[in-house]
Design a protein around this ligand. Structure first.
Ligand SMILES: [Zn+2]
Length: 398
């Protein structure tokens, strides 16, 4: 089957054939003969199913000029996509060694070479090329900045990522409502600040962490991660009421993340000796965002306050409204505790079956690309978008 790679080779052969015909009328007989020789050598390789040798020969035969540049770049890019990065680098470097090319074409080759280096994992070299492009090529500045941003993200150079992302952002939209593309950048900026805040927290530098988190919220008021980190700092510094206040903010920012606040909410209310406060807080959360995790935390509270029967009744009522495997396991557990003999045995089998069904099931999924994982990631490992991984809803999820 002819693939894209072979099609491009045939296209390159035709383009060179056409170009040689045209060129033949303008150059000396000797040069023309040499070029035709190269061309037929290339065709021979192609016919004998040696596409790699054919390509090298064609590229050698095809003079680099404004007319043929697109073909050179296309072949180089195809090499990169095929994973033949060394070849792509050679082709694009060959273009850069022709200073007679118009500047705009040299810039394009410059950018492609940087992309080759990124594919090859030579990030330092790509970084230097992109920094040069930002200074010299106004037409490619934004593209180069986006690539540079990806490099800083991969290298976890968060401050450098902030410096570049800020330049990609129109100044007026820093604090006001911004178009969708800017919102992607403001969201990324807030996460870069959260990354820096987490680094400060690891060194117990609460002041540094707070400064970064304030910046995160100035870029994106809806940054759940910043509120969770703020709550963590308040808890660790003994300000439990403030921790609760920050966790409550998540309800307005994005209710999908409410279940992520439960553990710290419970600990904060415990430290304040206010179990009633936690119970009411959970009832409010259930009202805003019905979820199996919230139901289960309420089941625990009701068991402690009113006993198992009341908790089982509450759980059964909630399961009728929103069936979930998580809730069902708990309900079966209650029934096992209150049964004996054959029914106890059967219920235990049912419990095992549900547990097996739930085992290895991912709990989170990326809204952007569908990638699923067992634990919450702020940066999607697959599509590299920030804040898109959320708890899976429905009977098998939350
Ligand atoms: Zn994703």
């Amino acid at each position: 089957m002819i693939d894209l790679w072979q099609l491009l080779l045939v296209f390159t052969a035709i383009a060179i054939g056409w170009w040689l015909g045209r060129r033949g009328r303008m150059i000396s007989a000797d040069n023309n003969a040499a070029l035709h020789h190269q061309y037929y050598r290339g065709l021979n390789f192609l016919i004998n199913d040696k596409p790699d040798s054919a390509l090298d020969t064609f590229i050698e035969a095809l003079e680099v000029n404004a007319e043929t540049l697109e073909t050179h770049i296309a072949v180089g890019n195809l090499m990169r996509r095929k994973g033949e990065v060394e070849r792509a680098i050679r082709i694009h470097q060959n273009l850069l060694s022709r200073p007679s090319l118009p500047r705009v074409h040299l810039h394009q080759a410059h950018l492609e070479l940087a992309r080759d280096f990124i594919s090859a994992g030579l990030l330092d070299r790509a970084e230097r090329l992109l920094q040069d492009l930002i200074k010299e090529a106004s037409e490619l500045k934004e593209t180069a900045m986006h690539h540079l941003l990806e490099i800083y993200k991969d290298e976890k150079e968060w401050q450098q990522a902030i410096d570049i992302a800020e330049q990609l952002l129109p100044k007026r939209s820093l604090l006001k409502a911004a178009p969708a593309t800017d919102k992607t950048i403001t969201s990324a900026l807030s996460h870069y600040c959260c990354e820096l805040a987490e680094l400060s927290l690891r060194k117990n530098d609460f002041h540094g962490a707070r400064t970064q988190l304030k910046k995160a919220l100035s870029y994106d008021r809806g940054c759940v991660r910043a509120s969770l980190l703020f709550a963590d700092i308040e808890f660790r510094t003994g300000h439990y009421a403030k921790a609760i206040k920050n966790l409550r903010k998540v309800r307005e920012q994005d209710p999908v993340f409410i279940p992520e606040t439960i553990a710290l909410l419970r600990s904060s209310y415990e430290r304040l000796g206010d179990s009633e406060g936690f119970y009411h807080s959970m009832l409010e959360c259930l009202e805003i965002y019905p979820s199996a995790t919230i139901v289960l935390s309420l089941v625990e509270e009701i068991t402690a306050k009113k006993g198992q029967q009341a908790a089982a009744d509450f759980l059964a009522k909630e399961l009728k409204k929103r069936p979930s495997l998580l809730g069902l396991t708990k309900l079966v557990e209650f029934h096992i505790a209150n049964s004996d003999g054959q029914s106890k045995e059967n219920l235990t089998i049912l419990q095992l079956l549900i547990e097996q069904l739930m085992q290895n099931k991912p709990r989170y999924q990326c809204d952007h690309c569908g990638f699923s994982v067992k634990r919450l990631h702020w940066l999607c490992p697959s599509c590299k978008q920030w804040g898109q991984i959320k708890a899976i809803r429905g009977a098998e999820g939350d």
